[in-house]
Every structure is written in C-alpha cells, then in structure tokens.
Design a protein around this ligand. Sequence first.
Ligand SMILES: Cc1cc2nc3c(=O)[nH]c(=O)nc-3n(C[C@H](O)[C@H](O)[C@H](O)COP(=O)(O)O)c2cc1C
Length: 185
Amino acid sequence: MKKIFFLTMAFFLVPVFSQQNSAAANLILNHYAARNFVEGAIPSSDLDTIIKAGIRAPSAGNRQPWHFTVVQNFDLVRQIVSGSVSGNVLIVVSAQGDGKTNGVQILDCALAVQSIYLAAQALGYGSRIYTGPIDTVNSRFKTQLGLPSGHNAVALVRIGKLQGQVDAVSAASARKSAQEMVTYK
Ligand SMILES: Cc1cc2nc3c(=O)[nH]c(=O)nc-3n(C[C@H](O)[C@H](O)[C@H](O)COP(=O)(O)O)c2cc1C
C-alpha cells in the first residue's frame, strides 16, 4: 500500500519539479533588458519579493556588503533615469567605499543586482540594469536617497510594467557564439 502511495506521489510530483526547473532555466536563458516600460504601479508585495531575491544573493564570506534603496518617488526616479515612466521603481545597490576599487565587493553587489533583475522578470515585470547614472547618483543624490553613511551606489535596477507583459521591441540582443567564448578541456 505504502509503495503504491509513494509511486503515485512520484508520478505526479516529478513533472511538477521538472516544470519548475525548466521555468528557472527559461528565465535565465530568455531575460532581456527592457526599454519600453508602460505606466503602472508595482504592488509592495512584489517589491518585497524582488528585494528578498537581492538579500538572498551569495557573497564572498557571506559578508552581504550591500544596501538596497527602493526609489518610488517619481520625481527622483525620473531625475536619475531620464525617460522613466510613472510607476517605475529604481533599486539602488550600494556598499561601503567608493564603489569602484573593491573588486570582490563589486562582484557581490553585481550578484545581488542580477538576482533583483531576474526576480522582477520572473514576476512578469520589465527590468534593466544601469551603471550610467551611478556617478550622478553618488555626486548629487546620496543625501536625498538616504544612502547609509560611507556608502556609494554600485548599480541600480529599473523595474516597471510592460505592455501585456511583453516588450516586443526590446527583445534580447545577440550574444557571441559559444565557440568564441567557451573552452572544454
Ligand atoms: C553592468 C551593466 C550596466 C548597464 N548600464 C546600462 C546603462 O547605464 N544604460 C542602459 O540603457 N543600459 C545599461 N545596461 C543594460 C545593457 O545595455 C543590456 O543588459 C545589454 O545590452 C544586454 O541587453 P539584452 O539582455 O536585452 O540583450 C547595463 C547592463 C549591465 C549588466
């Protein structure tokens, strides 16, 4: 009887788990940097999930050097990323130091940035990573953003709604071929 129960459970659960795995692989293989955001607010429960993904990122020695500043004030959002539309949220990832010289810390922050970027797309939003505005953030907006003392921004992720969850114009750009970049030994 027990055996039949476990076999039946396996029959139903294996496809569920492999479906979940393929959903994760699909996301990692098909993400793209959104351009064409449409207006619309992001519920705070989704922002919480996206931030949790950043907090959950791995870091060297589990030092978790980052701080996440969630910018929802549209006046600030559009001053930092021009062309932003109402409802876009910026998540600024900052760390102690100048944000340029500590390579391991930058790598840690980059992993948190990537997790945030992917989590947003997993929830059906568009997302795009930015470093272009970072010098301006650090020279002009640190006080307004209330970055922790001694912190500088490393990168930010813009998150927003897409038309019908698809931004057909911004599909991913081509990548170099595996032959060019991969060596198997
Ligand atoms: C570290 C980093 C910095 C980036 N900075 C900017 C930026 O300042 N402005 C911008 O429009 N896109 C920026 N991007 C987005 C890239 O241009 C985009 O990820 C890349 O072109 C690949 O796009 P795709 O995944 O849609 O093909 C940045 C991406 C990364 C990873």
